[in-house]
Write a protein that binds this ligand. Sequence first.
Ligand code: 4NP
Length: 189
Amino acid sequence: MNILQYTDNARLRRALNLIQNPLNVRVLFVCLGNICRSPAADGLMHEAVKESGTANRWVIDSAGTGSYHIGDLPDPRMRAHARRRGITLDHICRQVRESDFYDFDLIIGMDHSNISNLKRLAPTPELEQKILEMADFFEPHTVCDHVPDPYYDGAEGFELVLDLLTDATRNLRDTVESWAENKPSNSLA
Ligand code: 4NP
């Protein structure tokens, strides 16, 4: 288990401090299309918190910055690769909206372009601090510094996304839960 040193990362610490209720952490994963990476992150995060018995402390959703696939199920290739790992992806694609900055505590983009688009959408500088990158939760020494878009790739691209997101969602879970247990005014006794 790798719990990130949130105390050493000011951006992460600021975002964690904006979480309103550690017993109800609301996280939104965001990519471009909301049919490959972010629904996979959504499904794997649901799995990660089920694994740790903490699903009741989390609200998990995903959205896309683009509008091309609104109403669609995840890409059939992403669904097939996830299914081989025992994960069913049945999210219905939606576009990210300004109200998400009020409805979620953490808004996590898959790549630098998602982050730029999210920053443009953030209603206030304070709410912009809720934006984090999935790579913030990668294992140390991971070769990638973002979750690469697999849309135009072959099977390896989808497998790489699932490998990166399996580690990152577990690390996100452990980081937030460890922060919640150790913060001075915690209510998780
Ligand atoms: P995603 O991948 O952002 O991981 O969902 C993509 C899906 C669709 C498109 C681009 C990226 N597209 O251009 O339709």
